[in-house]
Structures are given as structure tokens and as C-alpha cells.
Design a binder for this molecule. Structure first.
Ligand code: SAM
Ligand code: SF4
Length: 466
């Protein structure tokens, strides 16, 4: 065991508080320091918070820079090739820190380990740990073992996908802040033909509802005012007789909570039950992220999405009719194998019809083991870029028009913190997730203030107290 390393004992549990007690500084500094860098979506951020709890409970302390850390962990995303390339570049650059200090432990977590396993460790021999998303509980033991073993040993690889792993008993570490993430489902069973998630995160499973509510209560107790419920497909949530609308209702009833949001919905599983619950409870934010991926029925079928553009538009229509002021966002992929100009035009047409407030738009990239990876990736890269640019510029125009329509409206803004561009202003969001800056007047983050949306600068509103 390294000097200063401790397994869990009551003395070592409350690391951050100890640091603030004069005289305890030495004690704190003797705890092994960990830096976690996170790539990818909110689900990955939530996973990193779970890892933080596991490590804090095991007696580690978190630091803010890789240079200051004895243990460096990079939590990765493999959904798109570009995300993977970025994370791999960062991992490779860490070899420098290993050269500086050979006893440092460097580990890769998340989807890339699940995807590349031995290749990752083989091509980067300085790595100590390669750990998939269902093996985080083992991290303290793996790190401990690594710290105790001589340098130069091959990396420890832990990449079992575990159907029962929900990390249900491990509350994510809340770093403060107004918003907290709560994961309600893990994995995905949809097998969209382009998507690596079912292979890297395993089968879909739902957490018991009481533990979700208890976690939300705990987070509110620690100062969170907004809970974001997370899952690759939240609409697939199923526990005993409860579906996602029941889960949403239950979390919204937590005392002291201002707002509940959720990500991501799937057009195959979402519907009127959800919209009715959203309309009935003011705490549930009027915002729906409903990925469409393509406006062409032929491409949707090849993607194995399980709906047509007509069905998608029907769902959007029902949602708009049921939930007043509902904002929409979506995900779209351009350049899927065999996508013609006509298919692409159908996507543009759908975007025109729905008028999304926001969209996340991507170029198709083939992912290993997926069904689509067996198709010829026949849309040339330059053409994918052209289509993506055209789609983005259409969506930016529509997004701006949607925002301009909000000018003059008075709405409740939940203060998130100080505006990064002007320290005299707050930045917060409306219930439909529009960012607003406005002057400070003795409030605190987490408070809700009625604000008139007076001006639009870029994609941020300037508000006046109503
Ligand atoms: N579960 C969500 C859903 O049903 O859409 C999203 C999951 S995925 C992590 C986020 C987005 O990445 C997808 O909606 C899709 O637009 C995009 N994506 C996934 N695989 C991709 C690929 N091979 N190439 C380009 N974009 C991809
Ligand atoms: Fe991937 Fe489709 Fe599952 Fe979303 S629903 S995670 S796109 S397989």
C-alpha cells in the first residue's frame, strides 16, 4: 500500500469538509488525488459523478488538474467517430504525465474501453486501467492494486457488461450547482442500425422508483433545485407497474424541487400519457428532446428507428396540442449510407414543418459492430459536410425565429449562477430552457425570478426584472 493510502474508514469519509478545517490540511493532502476528465453526453457526466462517489467513499480526494493528480481517469464516449478521436487524442497526450511520474495511475473509463478493450491498452502501453461502464465499483480495488504493483505491468482490463448493474445504491456526488442529474435507465435495447450504445452500455434496465425518488430528495437536500432525469430512452422506463410518466410525476412531487427535465425520449415509446403528465404539473419543464434522425421513411427504416416521418409529425402535433408553450429539440444524422439528395430534402422539409427550437446535427460515421457498419459508407465526406452545413444554417435560422417570438414574454427564470461574460449579471433559464442574463439584486443561485425577455443577443436573452 502507498504511504497515505487508506481504505474507507469513518475518519476519511468527508474529504471536502476536512480540507476546510484548520489543521486537517496535511491529512487531506495525504489522500490519493484523483482527476476525472469527462467526454460525451449528460449520461457520461452522471457516470463520472457516480465514480466520484465511489472514490470519495474509498478515501480518495478530487483535484482540478491532471498535473496535480496521482490517478487520472478519462471517461470516454464512442458514439461518434469524432468524439472517440478527440478522447483518444487526450488519452495519448497523458503519456507525458506518465513519463514525468511513473507511479501515476492512468485509466480510461466508459464506452471506448468497452469498444476497444485490449487494442486500447496494447496501442497505449502507458495505460494502467481500462474499465467499462458496468465495472466502476471495482475501481478502488483496481487502483489500489495498480499503485502497489511494479511499473510496466500490462493494464488491468475490466469490461464485463452486467445486466443487473444500476449503481442504485451509489448516490452521484453533487458538486453543488442548481441542476443535478439522476440516471433512471441504463443501456438500450433499440439497436438503431448506426448506434454503438447497445454494444457499449449493454441491455436496457430501469432503476426502482423508490430509489430514484430518494436520490432526488437527497440532491434537493444538498441544494439542487432542478433534476434532470437521464436515460438513452427514458420512455422505456419500467419498474413494477410504473412507466416513465409515473416516474416523472413521482420526482416532480419531491418537496423543495423547482423543476424536472428529462433526456432522451424515443418516438417509438413516447406518447399522450407523457404529454398529459407534462401538461398537468408546472414543475415539469415544457421541453421535449425527441430525436428524429432523418425525415426520409426509407432512411428511417434502414436506421431501424421503428417510426415513419408521418408518425413522428403526429407525435409532435399531439405534444404541441397538449402542452402549451412546449419547446422541441432533436438529433439528426446526415449522410447515412445511400442517403440521396431527395432523402436529405425530406429531412430539411421535416425541420421546416416542426420548427425545432434547437437541434444537434451530426455527420454519419460508421461504428464498429453496428448493422450499418456493414453497409457501404457511400456518401462522400465533402457531401456529408455540405448537407450538414445546409441543415445547420436552416436550423439556426428557425431557432432564431423561434427565439424572436419569445421577446416581450415574462417568464420564471431559475438562476444558475453568475454570467461568465458579465460578473454583475445572473445567468439562468426559462422553463423551456432558454438562457437569460439579467442584473443581480441580492438573489442567490437556485432562486426563481420573474423576468421579461427584452432583447436577444446571439442565442441568449437579456432580461428585465418584471
Ligand atoms: N438515445 C438517443 C436516441 O434515441 O436518439 C440518443 C443517443 S446517441 C448517444 C446521441 C445521438 O448521436 C443520436 O441521437 C444520433 O443522432 C447520434 N449518433 C449516434 N450514432 C451515430 C453515428 N454512428 N454517426 C453519427 N451520429 C450518430
Ligand atoms: Fe442508440 Fe437508438 Fe438506443 Fe438511442 S435509441 S441509444 S440511438 S440504439
Amino acid at each position: 500500500m502507498q504511504p497515505g493510502r487508506k481504505t474507507r474508514s469513518p475518519l476519511w469519509v468527508s474529504t471536502p469538509a476536512m480540507a476546510s478545517i484548520p489543521g486537517n490540511r496535511d491529512l487531506t493532502e495525504r489522500l490519493t488525488s484523483v482527476y476525472i476528465q469527462t467526454y460525451g453526453c449528460q449520461m457520461n457526466i452522471a457516470d463520472s459523478r457516480t465514480v466520484e462517489t465511489i472514490l470519495l467513499d474509498a478515501g480518495y480526494r478530487l483535484v482540478d488538474t491532471p498535473e496535480a493528480a496521482k490517478v487520472i481517469l478519462v471517461n470516454t464516449c464512442a458514439v461518434r467517430e469524432s468524439a472517440q478521436t478527440r478522447a483518444l487524442g487526450q488519452i495519448s497526450s497523458l503519456s507525458r504525465l506518465k513519463t514525468q511520474n511513473g507511479t501515476r495511475v492512468i485509466g480510461v473509463l466508459g464506452c471506448i474501453p468497452q469498444e476497444m478493450r485490449e487494442a486500447l491498452a496494447h496501442e497505449r502501453p502507458f495505460l494502467d486501467l481500462v474499465v467499462g461502464p458496468d465495472d466502476y465499483r471495482q475501481l478502488p480495488y483496481l487502483i489500489e492494486e495498480r499503485l502497489a504493483s511494479p511499473p510496466g505491468e500490462p493494464a488491468r482490463i475490466a469490461t464485463l457488461l452486467r445486466r443487473s448493474e444500476l449503481y442504485d445504491d451509489i448516490p452521484p456526488h453533487h458538486r453543488g450547482g442548481v441542476t443535478a442529474f439522476v440516471t433512471i435507465t441504463r443501456g438500450c435495447d433499440k439497436f438503431c442500425s448506426y448506434c454503438v450504445v447497445p454494444y457499449t452500455r449493454g441491455r436496457e434496465r430501469s432503476r426502482p422508483l423508490p430509489s430514484i425518488v430518494a436520490e432526488a430528495e437527497k440532491l434537493v437536500g444538498k441544494g439542487a433545485r432542478e433534476i434532470m432525469l437521464l436515460g438513452q430512452n427514458v420512455d422505456a422506463y419500467e419498474w413494477e407497474d410504473n412507466g416513465f410518466p409515473d416516474c416523472l410525476k413521482a420526482v416532480a412531487s419531491v418537496d423543495g424541487l423547482e423543476r424536472v427535465r428529462f433526456l432522451t425520449s424515443h418516438p417509438q415509446d413516447t406518447g399522450q400519457d407523457l404529454f398529459d403528465v407534462m401538461a398537468a404539473d408546472a414543475k415539469i419543464c415544457p421541453y421535449l428532446h425527441l430525436p428524429v434522425q432523418s425525415g426520409s421513411n426509407r432512411i428511417l427504416e434502414m436506421m431501424n428507428r421503428g417510426y415513419t416521418r408521418e408518425r413522428y409529425l403526429e407525435i409532435i402535433g399531439a405534444a404541441k396540442r397538449t402542452v402549451p408553450g412546449l419547446a422541441f429539440s432533436t438529433d439528426i444524422i446526415v449522410g447515412f449510407p445511400s442517403e440521396t439528395e431527395r432523402d436529405f430534402e425530406e429531412t430539411l422539409d421535416l425541420v421546416h414543418q416542426v420548427r425545432f427550437d434547437t437541434a444537434f446535427m451530426f455527420r454519419y460515421s460508421p461504428r464498429p459492430r453496428t448493422k450499418a457498419a456493414r453497409l457501404t459508407d457511400d456518401v462522400p465526406e465533402a457531401e456529408k459536410i455540405r448537407r450538414l452545413e445546409k441543415l445547420i444554417s436552416l436550423q439556426l435560422k428557425i431557432g432564431r425565429e423561434q427565439n424572436l417570438k419569445q421577446l416581450g414574454r415574462v417568464d420564471d427564470v431559475l438562476i444558475e449562477g453568475i454570467s461568465p461574460k458579465n460578473n454583475d449579471m445572473w445567468i439562468g433559464r426559462t422553463p423551456d430552457h432558454r438562457p437569460v442574463v439579467f442584473s443581480q439584486n441580492g438573489e442567490m443561485p437556485g432562486q426563481v425570478v420573474a423576468v421579461k425577455l427584452a432583447e436577444l443577443r446571439g442565442f441568449t436573452f437579456v432580461g428585465l426584472r418584471a
